[in-house]
Design a protein around this ligand. Structure first.
Ligand SMILES: [Zn+2]
Length: 270
């Protein structure tokens, strides 16, 4: 039964499977009662240390067992706030990976166009000419305005401007790629890099918005500012919100002691 705060635990358990060290422990004595209990019919009643689910499993094959002396030596999976933050940071990492791919494509496209600029110019100019004569014939079709503007821009591209575009897009793609990898592997430096790079690119985004306000530009800026604020506040970057160790020592909920199978259903709620 899920409490509202356990959604990330359930999500991760659905993705990676439950964390049930009791399922592979060599034997389940009283010292390991929090991990699981043997059932009367030779199976095991074990608890997931992440989401708290209790499940019945077959006992492990002799070769698959691990020796566990006490509950304290078992690796505890992340839970609660810590787990939620880890999930959000991975989502940010995916966002940065998408950015990296998109901007790398822009850089490659800019270099490709630059390599064959004559053909692109010729094509754009002839298309413009065709568009203009068509407009004269039909008495002016203003819906072609956007296409005409794009073609005009294409016909005015210079090798220099394309090189700049490729360079800026390339740098942005590389930084985003490094951020994505670092964030995915939960590196502290990647959190700082993401915040600094996002803040550093904000002037460009503001300039783009001043040039022309579009839904995508507004959305991109809102998302970037949200990521920036989230990382600074939740990860205590630059000393915001006090030292970080205060947060890593989040207390784990104590594991409920499972009742021995014989007493289950006996109504002995201690
Ligand atoms: Zn679980």
């Amino acid at each position: 039964v899920a409490r509202p705060g356990e959604r990330s635990e359930l999500l991760v358990c659905a993705w990676r499977g439950h964390a049930t060290p009791g399922a592979t422990a060599e034997s389940l004595g009283d010292a390991l009662a929090a991990l699981g209990r043997p059932t009367l019919d030779g199976q095991r009643f074990v608890q997931c240390l992440r989401c708290g689910a209790s499940i019945v499993v077959e006992p492990p094959a002799a070769l698959d067992t691990t020796r566990v002396a006490s509950v304290d030596e078992v690796a505890r999976p992340r839970r609660g706030k810590e787990l939620r933050q880890a999930l959000i940071v991975r989502v940010i990492a995916v966002d940065r990976a998408v950015h990296a791919i998109a901007f790398a494509s822009v850089a490659v496209a800019a270099l490709a166009v630059r390599g064959d600029l004559k053909a692109v110019h010729g094509w754009a100019t002839s298309m413009l000419a065709a568009l203009t004569s068509a407009r004269h014939g039909s008495g002016g079709a203003s819906s072609h305005g956007a296409v005409a503007a794009l073609l005009t821009r294409l016909s005015h591209l210079t090798p220099h401007s394309l090189l700049w575009l490729a360079a800026i897009a390339g740098v942005y793609a590389m930084v985003s790629g490094v951020e994505a990898v670092g964030l995915w592997f939960e590196q502290r430096w990647a959190e700082y890099l993401t915040v600094l790079a996002t803040a550093g690119f904000l002037p460009l985004e503001i300039k783009a918005l001043v040039d022309r306000v579009t839904f995508v530009r507004v959305l991109a800026m809102v998302v970037n500012i949200a990521i920036l604020v989230y990382l600074v506040v939740s990860k205590h970057l630059f000393g915001v919100g006090g030292p970080r160790h205060a947060e890593s020592s989040v207390e784990l909920a104590p594991l409920p002691t499972l009742l021995p199978p014989a007493e289950r259903g006996g109504g002995a709620e201690a």
